[in-house]
Ligand binder design. Structure first.
Ligand SMILES: [Zn+2]
Length: 372
């Protein structure tokens, strides 16, 4: 009996040290984010994986061109991380994380044939205290994902799915024409606040926080201040949700936000965002207005001037841009980038109640200035 027991015991002794070495060295994949980007020339699905060590990803495209695997050597999936992900179905049917020996395979099932030219795989960071990231971009081959800058039809889409603020997915039938109010002051004005991103779209990600939560916190504070001054505030979202729907293409998502403002006949549209860079150093505040919009320029300038008083972040100026929400809202519109989440100092500051309140107040002051 004793001899028989000795064998398994020896086996355990032999395996244990090996197992411990492997476990200690495995880089962990702690988060996966999937988003559709159609603000580029060719729309693409971006998959971002957070890892706690540098990895060297390897890309494989099978003969059919419809199975793509990115192998991350020496990695394992965090125990609580889900292994199946959805994306825009025109580009990627399914994403699964699969364990294979000491590697993790990120498997993409695609509805259309691709080659390696359609795929970009790269790594970022670590920057500051931000995790290293593996980024996998897969281009649209369907031709069905509309590029936002080619989008011409304002009168489309649905009202959005944020049930708290409006009826669910109400079709857009008519959009009132914009008329500039001649009344001065904030009282009686309809202000549309658009907290950037939300729900399945986290926006830019810092070392410990997400853009969607910061933009929402600032918007909520501004909403309270504006309401107190007698303005009617229309929020594109009132919770952590996608405005159009989960995993929607950017056009649908952004058009749904425009629809909220257009249907409400808002006097102004203010989209709140936090900037990001691949590097840790860039920082500062920018205000954008739609190219060619004089009133947009006035609005962006008024808000930017006040925003710069509310922070010690750098001044990146006021610029014209062809951002979707600026071109597809009928009223004067501005998109504010209130600092960089990729800059560790600015990320910390942006997550404080004090800075969020400062920006909320400066947005209100900027609007007072614009309407005076
Ligand atoms: Zn953003």
């Amino acid at each position: 009996m004793k001899k028989l027991l000795l064998f398994p015991f020896l086996v355990i002794l032999c395996i244990l040290p090996l197992y411990q070495v492997a476990a200690a060295e495995a880089t962990e994949i702690s988060a996966v984010r999937v988003a559709t980007r159609n603000d580029a020339n060719i729309p693409f699905v971006r998959t971002v994986l957070d890892v706690n060590n540098k990895v060297t990803p390897k890309l494989f495209v099978d003969k059919s061109g419809q199975y793509v695997t990115v192998t991350l050597p020496g990695t394992k999936v965090a125990a609580d991380l889900q292994t199946d992900y959805k994306a825009d179905e025109n580009i990627v049917s399914k994403i699964t994380l699969a364990k294979r020996l000491n590697n993790t395979d990120i498997n993409f099932r695609l509805p259309y044939k691709v080659t390696t030219d359609d795929i970009k795989v790269f790594t970022l960071g670590p920057t500051g205290s931000a995790a290293s990231r593996v980024v996998i971009d897969i281009n649209d081959k369907s031709g069905k994902v509309r590029q936002w800058h080619k989008w011409k039809h304002l009168n489309m889409g649905t009202y959005g799915n944020d049930k708290a603020s409006k009826p669910a997915n109400k079709p857009v039938t008519s959009i009132p024409a914009y008329k500039r109010s001649t009344a001065k002051g904030l009282k009686g004005k309809v202000i549309c606040l658009d907290p950037g991103h939300g729900g399945t779209d986290s926006g830019a990600v810092g070392s410990y926080s997400q853009e969607k939560n910061i933009t929402f916190a600032i918007a909520k504070k501004a909403q309270a201040l504006l309401s107190a001054q007698g303005a009617t505030v229309v929020m594109t979202r009132t919770a952590d949700v996608d405005v159009y729907g989960p995993h929607a293409g950017a056009v649908e998502e952004l058009q749904a936000r425009c629809n909220v403002a257009n249907i409400a006949a808002a006097d102004v549209f203010i989209s709140i965002h936090i900037d990001a860079s691949d590097q840790a150093e860039p920082g500062g505040v920018t205000a954008y207005y739609g190219t060619g919009s004089k009133e947009g320029l006035q609005l962006a300038t008024a808000l930017h001037r006040e925003n710069m008083k509310a922070t010690n972040f750098g001044d990146r100026g006021v610029h014209a841009a062809n951002f979707y929400v600026l071109l597809h809202t009928v009223m004067p519109a501005t998109l504010l980038e209130l600092g960089f989440i990729s800059n560790p100092q600015e990320e910390r500051t942006l997550n404080t109640d004090a800075q969020q309140q400062n920006f909320a107040e400066s947005i209100v002051d900027g609007l007072s200035r614009y309407f005076s």
